[in-house]
Design a protein around this ligand. Structure first.
Ligand SMILES: Nc1nc2c(c(=O)[nH]1)N[C@H]1C(S)=C(S)[C@@H](COP(=O)(O)O)O[C@H]1N2
Ligand SMILES: [Mo]
Length: 238
């Protein structure tokens, strides 16, 4: 079945459940930017993908398929507080986890490295048309959410970047997804400052811009927060 056909079917299903917009709201299928530029089209895409793919996995590749020259999208952060942390090997750096959690916490890089690590060989796909395959190693975000006791009532995790203008959020379907990692290594080495070191999120089921770099805070929330990055849409499923 083509994606378009499935999408039509899903929309048909939603319409049958009541008015499609009302049903989409009721079942948590409306992306937070639905009133924005994307409007009904955004809701249709998000609702259809969430119904069909809530538990789907991003494709994983073999080691031989890893790209020879991964594409660093940007330069290392030229921001004084960041450069200071970097000069000290990120020893003073912490990941703060707060919001709707039983036990707010902050983790150093060595705390994170001591947690159960997982690896994935996935493709980072930029909306601008380039992509690369790499191996990423990190802690599944679901492990951290369990550790801090994330509230079942929460609906989003805000992913704050040290880089102004790049903070974003993901919904719980992605936050609890087994392939969503807080990543600190890539292709066998520490994540470089060009690729978002010391810590970036990998959300392999969405376009590259959701894989926010230089993350230093995760806030569990019932709101998507101010994910103002975008001229792009909040939901970028592929
Ligand atoms: N903080 C921050 N995160 C970011 C970006 C950025 O410029 N700053 N670029 C995004 C985009 S558009 C893409 S495609 C990927 C690129 O990842 P890379 O730099 O490791 O290639 O990071 C995403 N995360
Ligand atoms: Mo991108």
């Amino acid at each position: 079945m083509s994606r378009l056909t499935r999408r039509r079917l899903m929309l048909g299903g939603l319409a049958a459940a009541g008015s499609s917009a009302a049903a989409a709201h009721r079942y948590g299928l409306v992306p937070p930017d639905y009133a924005g530029l994307g409007g009904l089209g955004e809701t249709a895409t998000y609702a259809a993908q969430r119904l069909l793919t809530a538990n789907s996995m991003a494709r994983e590749f073999s080691r031989s398929q890893i790209s020879k020259t991964p594409f660093p999208n940007t330069q290392p952060l030229q921001l004084d507080p960041y450069k200071k942390l970097q000069a000290d090997g990120f020893r003073a750096w912490r990941l703060v986890v707060d919001g709707m959690v039983a036990n707010p916490a902050s983790f150093s890089m060595s705390d994170l490295r001591a947690m159960p690590a997982k690896s994935q060989i996935t493709q980072l796909v930029c909306e601008e048309g380039w992509s690369f395959i790499a191996e990423w190693v990190g802690v599944p975000l679901q492990h951290i959410l369990r550790e801090v006791g994330a509230s079942p009532a929460a609906r989003y995790v805000m992913t704050r970047s040290m880089e102004p203008g790049w903070s974003d959020s993901i919904d719980m379907a992605d936050a609890w997804h087994p392939q969503t990692f807080m990543t600190y290594a890539m292709n066998g080495a520490d994540l470089t400052p060009g690729h978002g070191g010391p810590l970036r999120i990998r959300v392999p089921r969405q376009l590259g811009y959701k894989s926010v770099k230089f993350i230093d805070r995760l806030t569990v929330s019932d709101r998507p927060g101010d994910s103002s990055v975008y001229i792009y849409s909040w939901y970028a499923g592929i």
